[in-house]
Design a protein around this ligand. Structure first.
Ligand code: WQD
Length: 328
């Protein structure tokens, strides 16, 4: 029996593949390299080669069906999807077509081949401007961007399918802010172009590729005025997927994958400087449109039901992020 992982050469996907193979799972990885490099495959193989790979776009139903017809698949973890908030505002249709259609096609093929275990990569963005700490049972509010809407729509599709088919088991995982890299330094967040997210940006400033970090606003209602987020080590996140897959049961189960702690931008910069013994020059600039002031998770449900809790701290995240960035 094999586990199918879509988007398995991406940032979260590749780290989850390592965590799954470390637990003895044999994988089938699908990816079309739209937001990752093929070199990830050789680095994955250095860590564990218990996988086969197909260069497939998950919206290509025929190609996906061929994989299901060739292999006995126990379950699916679906990462494949575009994830830039800013890009989704400029190109909403590209996001709806890719992110929502890929989920529907994958579920349709799963049902045709009687594959009833499905883990979905969602995002804290679906909470919108709810009251923190975000809890899984909260009413979702409209997000500020099409990317967030594609995650919310995909969640609703999965809930409706599970309601109609009691055999279908779904685990929806809402990520907070994944950062860091595998301790080997072989895989990490390898963004194409100028990074939108803060940790790869800080790493490129530390490397001298970018001259300074622009901190988007210090007039938020937070202790030091800068935005607060729940940063979680990507390997903790990966291990959360393994726990969710192992605990899959009938119906739909939603879990926050975060640390439950809020960290400001300035605190993150200080942690990076402390972890790596270097200065990170920065400048306070205007707020970034669409940003919320504070976002962090209530993580009690994952701990209670999955027996999972993040164990790596901010220094681990900054040290591992830098080790990867300084190696590419
Ligand atoms: C973090 C903090 C910024 C860059 C996004 C998506 C979310 C998820 C994670 C997919 C904020 C500040 C950032 C910079 C800065 N992705 N910042 N200067 O926006 O919390 O979440 O990525 O699932 O869906 O929305 O992450 O890293 O962009 O920002 O000051 O150059 O850092 O204002 O407070 P974000 P981020």
């Amino acid at each position: 029996m094999k586990l199918l992982v879509t988007g398995g050469t991406g940032y979260i996907g590749s780290h989850t593949c390592v965590a799954l193979m470390d637990q003895g799972y044999s994988l089938i990885i699908l990816d079309n390299f739209s937001n990752s490099k093929s070199s990830v495959l050789e680095n994955l193989r250095k860590l564990n080669d218990n996988f086969i790979f197909y260069n497939i776009d998950v919206t290509d139903k025929k190609a996906v069906e061929q994989v299901f017809s060739k292999h006995e698949i126990d379950g699916v973890i679906h990462f494949a999807g575009y994830k830039s908030v800013e890009e989704s505002v400029v190109e909403p249709l590209k996001y709806y077509l890719n992110n929502v259609v890929s989920t529907m096609i994958l579920v349709k093929v799963c049902k045709k081949y009687n594959v009833n275990k499905f883990v979905f990569s969602s995002s804290a963005t679906v909470y919108g401007e709810n009251k923190v700490p975000f809890k899984e049972e909260m009413e979702l509010l409209p997000t500020t961007n099409p990317y967030g809407e594609t995650k919310a729509m995909s969640e609703r599709i999965l809930m409706d399918v599970a309601k109609a088919d009691p055999n279908f088991s779904v685990s929806i995982l809402r990520y907070f802010n994944p950062v860091g890299a595998h301790e080997s330094g072989l895989i990490g967040e390898n963004t194409k172009g100028i990074p939108n997210n803060i940790m790869p940006y800080i790493s490129k400033v530390a490397k001298g590729e970018l001259d300074k970090l622009k901190i988007y606003g210090n007039d938020y209602p937070t202790p030091d005025g800068t935005g607060v987020r729940d940063y979680i080590h990507v390997m903790d996140l990966a291990e959360g997927h393994v726990a969710a897959y192992k605990h899959l049961s009938k119906g739909v189960h939603i879990y926050n994958l975060g640390t439950g702690k809020g960290t400001s931008v300035l605190e993150l910069v200080q942690a990076f400087e402390k972890a790596n013994g270097m200065k990170v020059p920065y400048e306070i600039v205007e707020r970034r449109p669409g940003d919320i002031a504070v976002c962090y998770a209530d993580v009690s449900k994952a701990e209670k039901e999955l027996g999972w809790k993040a164990k790596r701290n901010l220094i681990d995240m900054c040290r591992d992020a830098w080790r990867f960035e300084s190696s590419i």
